[in-house]
Design a protein around this ligand. Structure first.
Ligand code: ADP
Length: 168
């Protein structure tokens, strides 16, 4: 029997992508034939970057990684996964708090769509890296060079210096 082609989807807000997300992507590539990084266009979440900007930043980072694609999606993630014929959802885990939430999410997704979730544990140096904290620290001008890629760092600086001038 031939080997089955496995396409996985890595859904998230990626507002913005961090070295923690990238580390999960790099380690997951070897497990699947194709990996789609799927940027959610959630109307509810408070977003710093538009979905287009978030996709652009990720594309800059994964160009040249074989088998990795970047897309954005609207609506239910499991419906999007089905449309793209992805059979696995990839998620990252940082802490026990993540486990609690992700456990519920994975159970729900399996119940409603029969899709399996595979988790990759963070590398210890990124265990505390979250997009929310990155946005907060960047807004206060903190040094984030170890936690986010250079292109993201530049965009954050641009965004916050613009916001500061708009406000003053
Ligand atoms: P969401 O809003 O769907 O949680 P995020 O962009 O915050 O989207 O995260 C997407 C996925 O990446 C989630 O599974 C999250 O737990 C995981 N993740 C975020 N930061 C890290 C990190 N530093 N290490 C490992 N996984 C991470």
């Amino acid at each position: 029997m031939g080997k089955k082609f496995v396409r996985a989807i890595f859904p998230g807000s990626f507002d913005p992508i961090t070295n923690g997300h990238l580390d999960v992507v790099r380690r997951a590539i070897n497990l699947f034939d194709e990996l789609i990084i799927a940027v959610g266009r959630s109307p509810i979440k408070n977003q710093l970057f538009t979905p287009e900007e978030r996709v652009e930043m990720i594309v800059e980072l994964v160009t040249g990684m074989p088998g990795v694609a970047v897309e954005s999606f609207e609506g239910l993630m499991v419906e999007y996964a089905a449309k793209r014929k992805a059979t696995v959802v990839l998620r990252g885990l940082r802490s026990l708090t993540d486990v609690q939430y992700e456990f519920q999410l994975a159970m729900t997704n399996r119940a409603v769509a029969g899709i399996e979730t595979i988790f990759i544990m963070t590398s210890e140096q990124y265990g505390f890296t979250s997009s929310t904290l990155i946005r907060e620290v960047a807004s206060l001008g903190g040094d984030l060079s170890n936690l986010i890629p250079e292109n993201v760092h530049k965009r954050l600086e641009e965004r916050f210096s613009r916001l500061r001038t708009e406000r003053s």
